[in-house]
Ligand binder design. Structure first.
Ligand code: C2E
Ligand code: CA
Ligand code: CA
Length: 650
């Protein structure tokens, strides 16, 4: 560089010498000495002047271009000068700094050589230049580090610039030999966060470092992009996590964001009925329309028909956001129905408000996914992740994770609720009902955990546990010659997936504890029966062979038609407690009378549960109910209390 400047000075001297000699020649030429010799000399001097000037221009351009480096952007020296100017400026208000760190350069250099490394840097730099505006200043200040100084900018502009860069790079990576990835940190000097330029650089650098650290952790488990013909590219979980992290890690505290997860109801039916081509077009259309949502920072297809987005919700109330999304979804729906030959289209969106930066991205995705599923059950098709849902999820996680330990530590207790003879109101039998004795003396009722365990399938283990605990108790009493009454046991629907395994296990337990079959009744709900008629009937036949009775629980709560009554093999029908829920109306009584009549004629044993008043007892007994169960007599009670009752009523 210094050498260039010296040569430049020599050029000027050379030019002055040539010009001086030229002037002298012209002076003597006028005087008329040796014309041809002087003509030649003048031409030579003119050529010398020309070459000196050309060399000067070349060197000047060389000196100027040395402010740029191989990547074609400003170099470190130029950047330092620029920063010096900024430092000396009156203020740095509305100046933004974006720092970028290109990953894997060393690996490319080492593996493919420096030429390939240079191309790698140039490619990244070319993407960076594409996000610049007239207020940008881009420089490379380290081997793989770049910096943008953005004057008169806003937070949103920096955010948008980064998202644009990420989107271009995502697209490029789909076909690239050496995919690009980078870490970014940005901040802005604004009224709320006023920085001196050096501090601004420092915060951007810290954020970039944080981003780099996170992305490095992710790198190990990085998935490849999936390409599908004609269909909008889907984003991998890792890339999605990185995008969310980058936005949140760079957030300045005043901004608010929401993560959205949207799907199309019954999308497979569009594919099945209208063909994959239409399905693909619909997916691409939805993606493009979602991108047009004014507040969208980014939108991607996640997988199948599920889309993810981060929107900027700054300045909006949550109710407003929900309303805007509802309106937006309705608009997309309208346009789809107008543009494609589809008669039904519905979008479901789960909203998760990104309030806490410390929540890991995978949790954010999982929370949004939960509300997306709940959104399907809502008329509006939009559901927000609320405190209430968070608590439900927490409870669910607690149930799932503590179940196995609780089972092995016998935290589940079997309670018994007596059933009374209709004729003489004496104790006839009992139903075994499970309770979860939690720490600190709290008791969880079945509704709090059974639906969750049913979802995970673990209810099977719990049912066997309840059966075994009940049998152990019955066996003990048998041995002691104490009184035993028939016990009803509930059978959860999951057992009908594998009847053989269920019946085998149950029979083993019955044999092991020498339980007399006439002392057992299995209760299968009407809903289970309707959904598994064949399997339930097969199970009933099996138990009938063993002289074990089967009861249809919650009769009338589902949608079995009277027609099914003629084929059911149940011995007993347990009328659902909802028939007795309110005070018995005249119409209610008529319905019950007719049901009783029908059941009697088909020779079913009738049990009524949920009996709470004397009036109900009188009516049911009058109509010929065989057994009654309910708070009017007893609530479900602990084993010891039930033992006392058995003793007392003997
Ligand atoms: P279910 O089989 O219909 O059991 C009867 C439910 O009605 C019991 O609730 C009982 O406490 C309640 N009940 C009894 N009398 C009255 C009354 O007079 N009024 C009112 N309002 N309710 C009454 P619980 O114990 O909370 O059980 C709820 C459900 O959980 C049971 O409904 C049953 O489906 C299920 N369940 C309970 N234990 C087990 C079990 O060990 N295995 C399986 N698979 N399911 C069980
Ligand atoms: Ca029951
Ligand atoms: Ca019931």
């Amino acid at each position: 560089m210094e050498k260039n400047k010296i040569i430049l000075r020599l050029c000027y001297i050379e030019f002055i010498i040539f010009a001086g000699v030229l002037a002298i020649m012209i002076f003597h030429f006028r005087k008329g000495f040796g014309k041809s010799f002087f003509t030649l000399m003048i031409i030579a001097m003119l050529a010398g002047c020309g070459v000196s000037l050309a060399l000067k221009d070349y060197l000047k351009s060389m000196i100027q271009s040395s402010g740029f480096d191989v990547a074609g952007v400003h170099n470190k020296k130029a950047l330092e000068k620029k920063l010096q100017q900024l430092q000396e400026a009156d203020d740095t208000l509305d100046t933004g700094i974006m720092m970028f760190d290109l990953n894997n350069l060393k690996m490319i250099n080492d593996t493919y050589g420096h030429e390939e490394g240079d191309v790698f840097i140039q490619t990244f730099a070319s993407f960076l230049t594409r996000i610049l505006t007239e207020n940008s200043y881009l420089a490379r200040f380290g081997g793989d580090e770049f910096l943008i100084i953005q004057k008169n900018t806003t937070w949103s502009q920096l955010e948008q610039m980064n998202i644009r860069l990420q989107t271009m790079i995502d697209e490029y990576n789909q076909t690239a030999d050496h995919p690009l990835s980078y870490a970014v940190g940005y901040d802005i000097s604004c009224k709320n966060h006023y920085y001196l330029i050096m501090d601004l650089l420092k915060t951007a650098d810290q954020k970039m470092y944080q981003d780099k650290k996170y992305k490095k952790q992710q790198l190990a488990s990085k998935q490849q992009y999936i390409t599908q013909n004609g269909l909008a590219q889907s984003i991998s979980s890792d890339s999605l996590k990185e995008k969310i992290f980058t936005i949140l890690a760079n957030a300045n505290g005043t901004k608010q964001y929401a993560f959205l997860m949207t799907d199309i109801s019954n999308f497979h039916l569009i594919n099945d009925y209208w063909g994959y081509e239409t399905g693909t077009k619909v997916l691409n259309f939805v993606l493009k329309r979602m991108e047009l949502f004014q507040e969208s920072l980014f939108v991607n297809r996640y997988h199948s028909d599920i889309f993810v987005a981060v929107i900027d919700t700054s300045g909006y109330e949550t109710s407003e956001i929900k309303e805007r999304i509802e309106r937006h979804n309705a608009q997309i729906t309208k346009e789809i129905l107008q543009s494609y030959p589809i008669n039904y289209f519905h979008l479901n969106t789960g909203i998760y408000y990104l309030k806490d930066i410390n929540i890991p991205a995978e949790e954010i995705i999982s929370h949004a996914n939960i509300v997306r599923c709940i959104a399907k059950t809502k008329l509006s098709g939009v559901c927000e992740y609320t405190q209430d849902i968070a608590m439900r999820e927490q409870h669910k996680a607690d149930t799932i994770h503590s179940f196995k330990r609780a089972l092995s530590q016998k935290e589940f207790k079997v309670y018994f609720q007596p059933k009374m003879h209709g004729k003489d109101q004496t104790l006839a039998s009992a139903e075994a009902l499970v309770r979860w004795q939690r720490d600190a003396g709290t008791i969880w009722y079945p509704d709090m955990f059974l639906p969750i365990l049913e979802e995970t399938g673990e209810i099977q283990a719990l049912d066997y546990y309840v059966y075994e605990e009940t049998f152990i108790w019955m066996n003990q009493r048998q041995k002691e010659g104490k009184r035993i009454v028939p016990i009803s046991l509930n059978v959860s629907p999951v057992h009908f997936r594998d009847i053989q395994s269920f019946t085998e296990k149950v029979m083993n337990l019955i044999e092991k504890y020498e339980i007399e079959p006439h002392n057992l009744i299995f209760e299968i709900t009407e809903t289970t029966f309707i959904h598994n008629i064949e399997a339930v009937n097969a199970m009933i036949r099996f138990f009938h062979d063993k002289n074990i009775r089967i009861s249809m629980d919650d009769f009338g709560s589902g949608y079995s038609s009277l027609n099914t009554l003629k084929d059911i093999l149940f011995d007993e029908v347990k009328i659902d407690k909802r028939f007795l829920s309110d005070d018995l109306s005249e119409n209610g009584k008529i319905v019950l009378q007719e049901i009783f009549h029908l059941l009697k004629r088909t020779k079913k044993f009738i049990v009524c549960e949920g009996v709470e008043t004397k009036e109900m007892v009188d009516f049911l007994v009058g109509e010929g109910c065989d057994e009654l169960q309910g708070y009017y007599y007893y609530k479900p009670m602990r084993q010891e209390s039930f033992e006392q009752l058995l003793q007392k009523t003997f």
